[in-house]
Ligand binder design. Structure first.
Ligand code: 2AM
Length: 188
């Protein structure tokens, strides 16, 4: 199974992100039900490894926290443009949760992640770049900012590459603990 750990996004947020789809020739937009925020890509895992991954994730303790999607960016430039994404407002809780997941998976025997973590929600992928239109798209929509939502769990997804594109299936979810500190205190 090909696996990754991610935060599933609420329906209203996915609807808002879907509303950005407009005017980018060559963009292959990610289906609304597939929009997610990856915490850790795992890759292929066999039965025994899946068991160890589940045990490592289930043992993790972390409090719920708010998260806000804002801004747009891209990976690659010009003809090497690969992806357009929505970003995340600076979020120390997200960084800490990601770090905990990384350490838990390493103690379950996984190799350390090679890439530095860059939180993003991939909106579209490109085979041939949209040229200068990307910059006007980002100029038009770059101030995108969604309402914050409460992250109350994270999810182990499987990814299956079908003919019509990737199909992501939530396999197991790991609830976070109820938040103790009030929201106001955390936003200060
Ligand atoms: P992406 O959206 O930037 O492509 C499922 O493929 C998820 O895992 C996607 O969110 C993808 O990020 C992420 N991912 C991270 N590293 C990956 C890798 N080496 N191969 C495939 N997907 C990866």
């Amino acid at each position: 199974m090909r696996l990754f750990v991610a935060i599933a996004l609420p329906q209203d947020l996915r609807d808002r992100l879907e509303g950005l789809r407009d005017g980018l020739p060559g963009a292959k937009w990610v289906a609304a039900e597939n929009l997610h925020l990856t915490l850790r890509f795992i890759g292929e895992a066999d039965g025994g490894e899946c068991h160890d991954i589940d045990a490592a994730l289930a043992g993790l303790r972390f409090e719920s926290f708010p998260l806000q999607i804002e801004g747009l960016g891209h990976f690659g430039e010009g003809r090497r443009l690969r992806a357009l994404w929505a970003g995340v407002a600076p979020n120390p809780d997200l960084e800490r949760l990601q770090g905990k997941i990384e350490r838990a998976l390493q103690s379950a025997g996984m190799e350390p992640s090679k890439r530095k973590y860059k939180p993003h929600v991939t909106l579209a992928r490109f085979k041939s770049g949209p040229g200068p239109r990307l910059h006007s798209f980002i100029a038009a929509h770059g101030l995108f900012r969604a309402a914050p939502f409460e992250v109350t769990e994270f999810t182990l997804f499987s990814s299956y590459l079908a003919q019509q594109g990737a199909i992501y299936t939530p396999e197991l979810s790991y609830p976070l603990e109820p938040r103790k500190a009030p929201l106001d205190a955390r936003l200060e």
